[in-house]
Ligand binder design. Structure first.
Ligand SMILES: Nc1ncnc2c1ncn2[C@@H]1O[C@H](COP(=O)(O)OP(=O)(O)OP(=O)(O)O)[C@@H](O)[C@H]1O
Ligand SMILES: [Mg+2]
Length: 301
């Protein structure tokens, strides 16, 4: 590997040093350097111009966890941490073309979906994944932004549950999404357990129901259920922090760990540690909080 102490910046615009030095130690070392291999993950989601959530949060998470992140953008949103100002969907055709382009040369080892927005886009994604079972698929059923903006068209919920959920390795609804999907009300951690079981029974996929939106609990509790194993994932609730983008980063972390070859339950546990660390160490950007996906594991959670 090249020794970084040998890297020098040379000002070639000065009167001397007009010629480039070739055959230097650095050049020889750089030539024989062996490249390490990165697993690939794909996110199919919307762009968030404020970069707190969406594709931008997913790619930061993939990079932080040592995975090459690729993307298929489903829609462009004009938003900041406070509000969504506008949404323009991409055509299903170009969404499909992005997925094909990535699979053609990069072979993702795991895929996640985030904001899919329309029934047409959901069906295009489902058609692609139903052709053959390619790799683990994590479906984050993004419906409503933390700010309250609608991120999924009403008629798209049926397409999501009928066409995409049965293909998913795991679905990761938050409380309002689980309530909308199941037509129930969730107020207590015990009801998260029931929701995870019902999703598994009804749609045939594992479920991770996230309790971040539960009021009056001092812990941030999520429940995982896959038909055999039930996990209660709990962390202290961090107060006074804006959690925009936690759901995207959480499902991206699960996807990254799956791409790195971890089993689903282990990937979920590691991702819960990751997202807790990202919230605890979140930082200020202007008047807002942003998650710190790149906090090292030894940083206090
Ligand atoms: N204040 C908090 N302190 C600690 N953990 C939290 C907090 N809020 C949410 N979490 C955790 O963050 C993860 C994401 O859950 P959340 O319910 O926020 O998802 P979401 O609503 O989909 O997020 P998003 O706003 O990105 O859509 C879960 O593990 C949840 O328990
Ligand atoms: Mg979410």
């Amino acid at each position: 590997m090249a020794d970084l102490r040998q890297v020098r910046a040379t000002n070639l615009s000065g009167p001397q040093d007009r010629r480039l030095q070739t055959g230097s130690t650095l050049e020889l070392n750089a030539r024989v350097r062996k490249r390490s291999e990165l697993p690939v993950a794909l996110t199919i989601a919307g762009s968030d111009s404020g970069a707190g959530a969406g594709i931008q949060a997913d790619l930061k998470t993939f990079a932080a966890l040592g995975v090459h992140g690729t993307s298929a953008i489903t829609c462009v949103t004009a938003q900041n941490p406070k509000r969504v100002i506008g949404i323009e969907a991409c055509s299903a055709k170009i969404v499909r073309a992005q997925i094909e382009a990535v699979f053609e040369e990069l072979r993702p080892a795991a895929v996640k979906t985030g904001m899919l927005f329309s029934a047409e886009i959901i069906r295009a994604v489902a058609r692609w994944f139903s052709r053959e079972r390619r790799c683990p698929l994590i479906v984050d059923p993004v419906m409503i932004a933390t700010s309250g903006a609608k991120l999924l068209e009403v008629n798209a919920i049926t397409a999501l549950t009928r066409d995409l959920f049965p293909l998913a390795t795991l679905v990761t609804p938050n409380v309002p999404e689980a309530e909308a999907l199941l037509g129930i009300s969730i107020r207590e951690p015990e009801q998260l357990r029931q929701a995870a079981r019902t999703i598994h029974e009804r749609f045939g996929c594992a479920a991770l129901v996230k309790g971040g939106h539960l009021q009056n609990t001092s812990a941030a509790i999520d429940v995982f259920y896959n038909g055999e194993v039930e996990l209660l994932l709990s962390s202290p609730r961090v107060l006074g922090v804006n959690t925009h983008g936690t759901g995207c980063s959480y499902s991206a972390a699960i996807t990254a760990h799956l791409a790195r070859g971890k089993k689903l339950e282990r990937a979920v546990r590691l991702a819960k540690e990751f997202i807790t660390r990202a919230i605890v160490t979140s930082r200020r950007v202007g008047k807002h909080d942003v998650l710190n996906q790149t906090a090292p594991p030894w940083q206090q959670t």
